[in-house]
Design a protein around this ligand. Structure first.
Ligand code: NAD
Length: 508
């Protein structure tokens, strides 16, 4: 779909073409955030840059909306989320296109991202009837103990550019059935998709009589900082780099608030000598090249048994040569651009460092600046052969750079695997049951996600998503991640005629 029809289908045309006049509209260009296509640099639209003052208004709206939303039974809250899911189903195509236009991921991944929103909406509807607490046996006769979960209030969501809409939904739709209201600060690199989502959900919120429960402020770091410092924000869910996540966590921590952190990854796949390469090679290519290496779960390190490492590199080079790089909306494209010129610069400086440190580029390694690529932020998917102690390998570079390291044993592979500061996603390819189990055991991968015979990237929403160490320790989406959005209350009820004290204490 061409951009004008995408914008029209999403209700993003208005009386002032190119400017979205949102709730806090102000048409001065100095205050504008321009959304530029990473593919060809054209301006896709302009969004009013929210200020800290706008943020404060939005959080007041969200707090005002909280009591009525909290009082609505959770299964009824689920009905609103169900209707958001329906709107997303209906608008999956145009919203998926807009994600591709604005973020640069290929269309299949843009649509896939919206599908993920629909999936989490379905999940959250079911969850609205399953916010279970447990009961405990009291040590005192005639007493009952149980625990229940209450909403937190208004929560903050700060999201990254690379999943411009799905990350919001993981947080917002689950938090909504939990009874929270919220303010979302998306990345200013992807403002249009955020505005589009809010345009889509606004009628649903109004129809249900709760227009203020979900709010949007498209702002910069100052807005994120205000949110982190705000004592009226019991939880700040932050998705982004580890560097910024550390700042957010310390600001939220300084006021003893809660943060939910989904930060950088440095994900590895181990390929053992018995691996089925028909599975492993495509998994590595998708993991390392997909989304141009701009997923938190992108495969960045490949630890291959020495007996097969040359074969694996040869097959990867062949597969990389077939990767069509270009317009993410074109059917044949497998890899789109990086998000902006800074990202290309980081790719280039990372490669300069890698070479200085002794890494050998065996494929790719350059920015693409001519012909059909000249107006966009395109780079070649790159493979580097490296020794395990290359210092550059400790860092996440948000680009399609894959390090290949030869290993002699599973023990060595696990040791190298765990030797980075991040701990998000991991995988092993092996046909041996014992090897797989060892990798998944407490002595194996130290990541929040560990897979066997599938790659690191592309998690399902049913599981809890997140990672350890500098990935931040947060969990979102499925399983019991909902607990992060609620406060736990332990209740003891005495239905006897006595007042026995705990631990058998006699007082007076
Ligand atoms: P980023 O850290 O630059 O920005 C993330 C968000 O933080 C943006 O909305 C930004 O405006 C905001 N921000 C910037 N400075 C801030 C500050 N001082 N206080 C509060 N907010 C501030 O990240 P990015 O470049 O948008 O995204 C890429 C990073 O996100 C990668 O490191 C990637 O691994 C990570 N990521 C992690 C997950 C996950 O689930 N673990 C998912 C997606 C992306």
């Amino acid at each position: 779909m061409k951009l004008p029809s995408v914008l029209e289908a999403l209700g993003l045309t208005n009386d002032n073409p190119g400017v979205y006049a949102g709730r806090f509209a102000n048409r001065s260009r100095a205050d504008a955030i321009e959304s530029r296509s990473p593919t060809d640099g054209t301006v896709l639209g302009t969004v009013r840059r929210a200020t800290v003052n706008d943020y404060e208004k939005a959080r007041s709206v969200a707090w005002d909306a909280f009591p009525a939303w909290r009082d609505l039974p959770a299964p009824k809250r689920g009905l609103l989320v169900r209707d958001i899911g329906e709107v997303l189903r209906e608008k999956c195509e145009p919203l998926g296109h807009l994600v591709s236009h604005e973020m640069g991921k290929i269309l299949a991944e843009g649509i896939g991202e919206v599908q993920e929103m629909i999936d989490i909406a379905d999940f959250a509807v079911g969850l609205s009837r399953q916010l279970y607490g447990v009961t405990m046996h009291s040590e005192r006769p005639g007493h009952r103990m149980y625990e229940q979960w209450h909403p937190l209030g208004c929560i903050g969501i700060i999201s990254a550019f690379n999943f411009p809409v799905a990350v919001w939904s993981w947080n917002a739709l689950v938090a909504a059935v939990c009874g929270d209201t919220m303010v979302w600060k998306p990345s200013p690199k992807t403002p249009l998709t955020a505005v589009a989502v809010h345009k889509l959900i606004e009628p649903v919120l109004k129809d249900h009589g709760h227009p203020g429960i979900m709010n949007l402020v498209v702002g910069d770091a100052d807005v994120g900082q205000a949110m982190a410092d705000d004592p009226g924000m019991p939880l700040v869910s932050f998705t982004g780099s580890s560097a910024i996540g550390k700042q957010v966590a310390s600001r939220v921590g300084a006021r003893l608030g809660r943060s939910l952190l989904e930060l950088g990854g440095n994900n590895a796949i181990i390929v053992m000598d018995d691996a089925d390469l028909e599975l492993a090679i495509p998994a590595v290519v998708f993991g390392a090249v997909g989304t141009a290496g701009q997923r938190c779960t992108s495969t960045r390190r490949l630890l291959v048994h020495r007996d097969i490492v040359d074969t694996v590199v040869r097959r990867l080079k062949k597969a990389y040569a077939q990767v069509r790089i270009g317009d993410p909306l074109s059917k044949n494209t497998l890899m789109g651009p990086l998000i902006d010129a800074d990202a290309v610069e980081r790719f280039e400086s990372a490669l300069a460092r890698i070479k200085r440190e002794g890494g050998r580029v065996v494929c790719g390694g350059k920015a693409l600046t001519t012909g059909k690529h000249r107006r966009g932020h395109f780079v070649e998917p790159t493979i580097v052969r490296a020794d395990f102690d290359l210092p550059a390998m400790q860092e996440e570079v948000f680009a399609p750079i894959l390090y290949v390291v030869a290993v002699d044993s599973l023990d060595e592979a696990i040791a190298i695997h765990n030797e980075v500061p991040q701990g998000l996603s991991s995988a092993i390819f092996t046909e041996r049951f014992k090897t797989a189990e060892r990798f998944l055991s407490h002595a194996g991968s130290d990541c929040g996600i560990a897979n066997v015979n599938i790659g690191t990237s592309g998690a399902e929403i049913g599981g809890a998503f997140g990672g350890e160490k500098e990935t931040g320790g947060g969990r979102e989406a499925g399983s019991d991640s909902w607990r992060a959005y609620m406060r736990r209350q332990t209740n003891t009820l005495n239905w006897s005629d006595d007042l026995p004290l705990a631990q058998g204490i006699r007082f007076g």
